[in-house]
Structures are given as structure tokens and as C-alpha cells.
Design a protein around this ligand. Structure first.
Ligand code: GSY
Length: 165
């Protein structure tokens, strides 16, 4: 079995429902075992800032699917939940990004592992540290990367609540 961590985010209403449905679909897949989910956080938009606040969370799964098979399932969930990307870094119904897949290092057109920007994003590191603080990532632990972020970035990530799974 491989362990994978997936970041989820939504900033189009109903945000919680999109996250809930994405997690539900992952958990019902016969090749995926949902192990843990983080708290849901409300987060200030990063990158393109003139958009609504996100709800973000992280899930840990176990699977025998290979990384690209898992990616395609995540993309199917995004499609099914109606993601429309009109602005490149703009609003989205739900986004599922594979952060880590066991100790896999991979760089193909479709997928880079570990996720190339995860170590600099508070909206990823705060929920990930909640469920996997000691996980190794690019020579440090997740918690060490989080501790190295500017306070301002971390303040942009606030506990919102929990999903009823
Ligand atoms: O792939 C991440 C999408 N995204 C987000 C996000 O999920 N949360 C926050 N807070 N900002 C973001 N900017 C982008 S792009």
C-alpha cells in the first residue's frame, strides 16, 4: 500500500458541500482507503488575491493505484463537481492536488511529486501539519517548513470547522 496526501480547496459556494462531496467520493472508491482528514480552514487567497476566501483541508489516503491513476481520479472528481477555471489562478468549485505519494519523486508533464509549491503555502502546511507534522519533505519535516513561514502567511489560515464524514 502507498500513502498519499491530497490537498483540497474550494472558494465557490457551497464550499463545504464541495469539500464534503469530494471526500465522500474519494472514500467510496474501491481502490482508495481514507485514513485521516484535517480540520477545515478558511484561508486568504494566495496568488491571485482578488477572489473570495477558500476553505482548505488535507486528506491522507492509502492506495495501490499509481500516482497518475490517483491523479486522474482527483481530476474526475473536480470535473464532476463542475470546476470551471476561467481565470488561471482564480476561483474554483473544488481543487484536489496530490501533495505527496509515499517517497515518490516524479516530474512528468501531468504531475510533480512532491508538489513543487507545497512547502511555501500556509493553506497546505497548516492542515498537513495537523495530521502529519513529522512527515519528511525536501530535507525537513512538515512542521519545520510551517515554522519557517512568515507569521502573516500563517495568520491567513484560520480554523473554520470539521466535516461530518
Ligand atoms: O491549488 C490551490 C488553489 N489556490 C488556493 C487555495 O486553495 N487556497 C488559498 N488560500 N489560495 C489559493 N490560491 C490558489 S491558486
Amino acid at each position: 500500500m502507498n500513502q498519499a496526501w491530497i490537498a483540497l480547496g474550494s472558494n465557490i459556494a457551497p464550499r463545504e458541500t464541495y469539500l464534503q462531496q469530494a471526500i465522500q467520493t474519494l472514500s467510496e472508491h474501491e481502490e482508495i482507503k481514507l485514513k485521516q482528514i484535517s480540520t477545515v480552514y478558511e484561508t486568504d487567497p494566495v496568488g491571485y488575491e482578488d477572489q473570495d476566501q477558500f476553505l482548505n483541508m488535507v486528506a491522507e489516503v492509502e492506495t495501490n493505484l499509481d500516482p497518475l491513476e490517483l491523479l486522474h481520479i482527483c481530476q474526475d472528481i473536480e470535473q464532476d463537481l463542475g470546476r470551471k477555471r476561467i481565470i488561471r489562478w482564480g476561483p474554483r468549485t473544488v481543487d484536489l492536488d496530490i501533495l505527496l505519494y509515499s517517497n515518490e519523486n516524479m516530474n512528468v508533464e501531468e504531475l510533480i511529486l512532491p508538489h513543487p509549491r507545497m512547502h511555501e503555502r500556509a493553506f497546505v502546511l497548516v492542515p498537513l501539519a495537523e495530521i502529519a507534522a513529522e512527515l519528511p519533505l525536501k530535507g525537513k519535516s512538515v512542521q519545520e517548513w510551517l515554522d519557517a513561514l512568515p507569521t502573516r502567511d500563517v495568520q491567513g489560515v484560520r480554523v473554520w470547522g470539521s466535516l461530518n464524514i
